[in-house]
Design a protein around this ligand. Structure first.
Ligand SMILES: [Zn+2]
Length: 262
């Protein structure tokens, strides 16, 4: 599932391929991709406009059509944006196709259709309506501490809660907890632990962006390259534990990731 780094790569891709070209037409290939908008309204909103800029907040993408109209995209589990070359055919999974006057086409493919395309007056209003919290890379330490201190639940589900921090999913939450030495089942973390976790979140996301979100290129000291059944902790060699926490499969090192306040 795309998380902040993958969605940021998609934003950069949009920026490189799809801005400042007049849209000839838009085709909705499958209405299930639409959220809160009809196919005809979506087609009408896009036709004749240009994408003026591409923004990202958490796992959401926003393409500006005019001052008070934005296309919103969420890649869901399997969504992907592809700029089709010349005569390249769209795939059978294309749900939304944007056709530019210069002949290029932007396809939003999504085999499982957990993604979304919609319209918003502004990113700010959209995020407020959805109660989406601060972007994981924009959030400051004080804001993070404020939203985390005093929470009694497990830390892992809190990290996945987009209302608290937007952009983390299952993989990067596991990585950040691993780097901070905190077990995903830990609760009531101390200020020191939360401060370490905040730093790990920043470092984890930046490390991924530095390798263009290609997990195989992450340093060997990261959890993610070892995050599979039978995988071992790259720091101390312990067999990684794998269990469902808050409904999501979690990997952690039973040796150096602690549950208790240190
Ligand atoms: Zn370990």
């Amino acid at each position: 599932m795309p998380e902040l780094p993958e969605v940021e790569m998609a934003r950069r891709y949009l920026q490189d391929t799809s801005l400042h070209q007049t849209i000839l037409s838009a085709r909705i290939r499958d209405e299930r991709i639409l959220s809160g908008v009809t196919a005809s309204r979506m087609e009408q909103a896009l036709t004749g406009r240009q994408f003026e800029c591409a923004m990202r907040h958490g796992k959401r993408l926003f393409l500006k059509l005019r001052d008070d109209l934005w296309l919103t995209l969420h890649l869901g589990l399997t969504g992907r944006l592809i700029c089709l070359k010349n005569s390249q055919d769209e795939s059978k999974h294309t749900r939304l196709l944007v056709i530019f006057e210069n002949g290029s086409r932007l396809a939003f493919d999504d085999p499982r259709i957990f993604g979304e395309a919609g319209l918003a007056e502004s990113p700010r209003l959209f995020l407020e309506e959805r109660k989406i919290g601060p972007d994981a890379l924009q959030q400051d330490l004080n804001g993070f501490l404020e939203s985390m201190l005093g929470r009694r639940g497990l830390i892992k589900p809190a990290l996945l809660n987009q209302r608290i921090v937007a952009g983390l999913g299952n993989l990067y939450a596991d990585e950040a907890l691993f780097q901070a030495g905190i077990c995903p089942r830990a609760r009531s973390l101390s200020v020191e632990q939360l401060t370490a976790l905040f730093s790990s979140i920043q470092e984890t996301l930046k490390a991924s962006l530095a390798v263009n979100a290609d997990l195989e290129k992450l340093p060997g000291s990261c959890l993610l390259p070892h995050r599979h059944p039978g995988g071992r902790c790259p720091l101390d060699g312990a067999l990684l534990s794998r269990e469902k926490i808050g409904g999501r499969t979690s990997y952690y090192c039973p040796t150096h990731q602690k549950t208790n306040k240190s």
